[in-house]
Design a protein around this ligand. Structure first.
Ligand code: PLP
Length: 486
């Protein structure tokens, strides 16, 4: 028996006069609630809102939520933009009264506890990255990229080097890198990867010049490879007068093992949803804290928390680019990151990365027997397989694999990214997954490669919605369930 609430719109379920609340009686003399409101603020007619009982609404949304896959319901091997499991302990801590009841307009004296927490977190981000200046304002990784590029622009403007207008990005970079650079007012040039999937240093050299502002590097890169040329790359960029930006989306692979500040980065962002188990949410409301070298710290977006003789106060850096977000950014997300880091401690964080590497390499060692993995036998925290051969041999594309794996009860891996791999299938298991889960996922992938084309090209077969954005959707109705009453 299917669930009506999950399929019908709230508007379709609406019945006149049905309510989930009762308002208090109107004061004597008022006929309707509109008598209490100023006439100029009234619309001609009440808005056409659905009228429903509380039960209808609760069931509607709970049922809808069960049609989705999430990190709390399924293995979520989405490479690159991975959502790491959010421990429930962090959620409990972040909802303590002393945290959620703080108002950002309170004065510094009355929120010393919160400011202390944020100050400690700034210190943790600085220590983990090896970069001392920290701003926690940005609301997502991409927002951090943008804010940091504004910082770089302000730094070059201050030095009178306004001709530095070019940001170099790797061809394996996340699309947010060139997009952020353009939004920050730079033009972009792409640096090629070599056949080994790492930066082609000769190509980089040919693109460096007096106009170079920043090279945005992802390390480990989106192919799941650590670029050991990084020191040489940083030296080349610095000799040309530019800065190295580290897209820190893949910090989960190197926590406590190496630090961007130690291998030459000048600026970076963290993705707490991939590293410190913060919520994400479509480019925000998450967090994308940025860290910079000390000579760039005066340009950071404020406020920053400073400590003076045991007192914490908010300050704006001397040459700050200004705010990029209201108040401190998404403090609730930052609190979760704080709890995560405090829970694991130094040794624990290193173990997180070691386990992430172990899980990814274990999975890679299984998957490479039936899917090509063009760049290496070993990986960091993720790897990129290719369905290119399968597509030629049996018309099985990366998209087909992503759709069919839903029928096996797994969230899809990332597909068609990075662009440098044809028919890319990008897998990031993260450290919290058991051997049993990884085995079951590998087994499912293997079975898919053995299945008939017809079956797979119609997949997913078990979900309520099939392929709404795909030509094969034309072969079946998008919504499989039809209301018996209609
Ligand atoms: C390599 C890389 N860079 C940048 C981003 C952008 O981060 P966000 O989605 O938090 O904006 C992502 C996504 O997680 C990513 O994987």
């Amino acid at each position: 028996m299917r669930n009506q609430q999950a399929t019908k719109l709230l508007f379709e379920m609406s019945r006149p006069g049905r309510r989930s609340h009762h308002l208090p009686a109107l004061p004597a003399g008022s006929e309707t609630v509109t008598d209490l409101l100023p006439a100029e603020q009234l619309a001609d007619a009440p808005p056409p809102l659905p009228e429903l009982s509380e039960g209808d609404v609760v069931r509607h949304f709970v049922n809808l939520s069960t049609q989705n896959m999430s990190v709390d319901t399924h293995f979520y091997p989405l490479g690159s933009c991975t959502m790491k499991y959010n421990p429930k302990r962090n959620e409990r801590m972040a909802s303590l009264g002393g945290i959620v009841d703080v108002h950002p307009l309170q004065d510094d004296e009355s929120i010393q506890g919160m400011l202390q927490l944020l100050h400690e977190l700034q210190g943790m981000f600085a220590e983990i990255s090896g970069l001392p200046g920290v701003s926690m304002q940005p609301a997502a990784g991409a927002h951090g990229e943008l804010a940091a590029l504004f910082v770089a622009a302000a730094y070059f403007a201050d030095k009178g080097e306004t001709s530095r207008k070019v940001v170099l990005t790797a061809d394996s970079a996340h699309g947010t890198n060139p997009a952020s650079a353009q939004m920050a007012g730079f033009s972009t040039k792409t640096v090629k990867s070599g056949p080994n999937g790492l930066v082609d240093v000769e190509d980089l050299k040919s693109k460096l010049g007096d106009d170079t502002a920043v090279f945005m590097l992802t390390n480990p890169n989106t192919l799941g490879l650590f670029d050991a040329q990084v020191q040489e790359i940083a030296d080349l960029v610095h000799q040309a007068g530019g800065l190295i930006y580290l897209d820190g989306a893949n910090m989960n692979a190197i926590l406590g093992i190496t630090r961007p500040g130690d291998f030459g980065a000048d600026l970076m962002h963290y993705n707490p949803h991939k590293t410190f188990s913060g919520p994400h949410g479509g480019g925000g409301p998450g967090a994308g804290p940025i860290c910079v070298r000390d000579f760039l710290a005066p340009y950071l977006p404020g406020p920053i928390v400073e400590e003076h003789a045991g007192e914490f106060r908010c300050v704006n850096p001397a040459k700050s680019i200004g705010r990029v977000r209201s108040f401190f950014g998404n403090v609730g997300v930052l609190v979760r990151a704080y709890v995560y880091i405090r829970t694991y401690g130094k040794e624990g964080l290193r173990k997180v990365s070691e386990d992430a590497l172990l899980g990814a390499n274990y999975l890679l060692s299984k998957v490479k027997h039936f899917l090509d993995v063009p760049h290496g036998d070993r990986c960091m925290h993720e790897f990129v397989a290719s369905a290119s051969r399968l597509k030629k041999e049996k018309h099985l594309s990366a998209m087909d694999i992503a759709k069919r794996i839903l029928d096996y009860g797994f969230h899809a891996p990332t597909v068609y990214f990075p662009l440098v791999v044809d028919e890319a299938v990008m897998v990031e298991p993260t450290e919290t997954e058991s051997k049993e889960t990884l085995d079951a996922f590998a087994e499912a992938l293997f079975r898919i490669t053995e299945e008939s084309d017809d079956l797979i090209q119609d997949a997913p077969l078990s979900t309520k919605i099939s392929r709404p954005d795909d030509v094969t959707a034309a072969r079946r109705p998008i919504l499989r369930w039809t209301d018996p009453a209609s």
